[in-house]
Design a protein around this ligand. Structure first.
Ligand SMILES: Nc1ncnc2c1ncn2[C@@H]1O[C@H](COP(=O)(O)OP(=O)(O)OP(=O)(O)O)[C@@H](O)[C@H]1O
Length: 257
């Protein structure tokens, strides 16, 4: 059966008041893809995610989610999002881990729906999936950056999204935890058929997990299978990015660029 595109950008351009950020972006992300979005600082990655999430409207072109125009899309609970700055709570923030994760259910259950037994079960399961169930009664502000990030992933997972979008999710997390974070993402992708799109600079670490790569620098220079990306030349990447970009090691000498 042909895979359904969950995200479609059709000739999308975007500018902030004075800054032209994205030009003529056309891209499809299909059900089951695990896509790494790469690009230098300021290349428009976060802006593109915001357009997909409907937080910004394109200046021209069309964004579709699950086949529907993004502005009319009414199944927000199908999409989980973890932003770049989610793991920076100060220690006085008055919410427990349970409350933070349960707030992720609002999209699914509605704001005024009575708390059900099921809610507690979903919260515990989401925390278990990120190995944070022992922290359920702790104040979110008392956790380390990496632990907070896991809680925010659990918050995104609790509504059981079909599509998970993450903006540089491992910033400030140590190497070991980055590894286990990507193992979790691979598990969600493979075992739970979750479609994943993430902005990352951890190309080496994530390379064994992802299926696709997109290279952005104001426009999409490349979108394809990971193996095709790995066969691109250093010169080609330099031309797009204007400076050396580290490329995935393909277990061969001299491949880095
Ligand atoms: N709210 C805003 N108003 C005006 N310009 C903005 C705004 N947000 C971002 N920009 C500009 O748009 C461009 C793209 O920014 P964006 O955050 O999308 O890039 P990015 O690829 O995510 O960068 P980074 O890797 O540094 O996070 C930058 O030149 C930035 O300065």
């Amino acid at each position: 059966m042909a895979k359904q595109p969950l995200i479609e950008l059709q000739d999308v351009s975007f500018q902030y008041e004075y800054t032209n950020v994205l030009n003529n972006i056309s891209l499809e992300i299909n059900e089951g893809d695990f896509l790494a979005l790469l690009g230098p600082n300021g290349s428009g990655k976060s802006t593109m995610l915001k357009l997909i999430l409907g937080l910004l409207k394109p200046s021209s072109g069309q964004v579709k989610l699950f086949g529907q125009d993004a502005s009319k899309f009414n199944h927000r609970e199908w999409i989980g999002y973890v932003s770049q700055k989610s793991n920076s709570f100060n220690s006085g923030f008055p919410a427990t881990v349970r409350e933070v994760v349960a707030s992720g259910l609002v999209k699914k259950l509605g704001l005024f729906k009575r708390k059900s037994k099921n809610e507690e079960k979903l919260v515990v399961e989401a925390l278990q999936s990120v190995g944070m169930e022992d922290f359920i009664n702790r104040n979110i502000g008392e956790l380390s950056g990496g632990q907070q990030q896991r809680v925010f992933i659990a918050r995104a997972l609790v509504a059981e999204p079909k599509l998970l979008i993450l903006d540089e999710p491992t910033v400030g997390i140590d190497y070991e935890n980055v590894q286990s974070f990507y193992n979790l993402m691979a598990h969600l992708n493979k075992r739970h058929d979750m479609t994943l799109m993430l902005v990352t600079h951890d190309v080496d670490i994530v390379s064994s997990k992802i299926s696709h790569v997109a290279c952005l620098n104001k426009t999409i220079h490349f979108h394809g299978f990971k193996d095709e990306y790995m066969n691109l030349s250093k010169d080609q990447l330099n031309e797009w990015y204007g400076y050396s970009v580290r490329k995935i090691h393909n277990h061969k000498e001299g491949e880095q660029c």
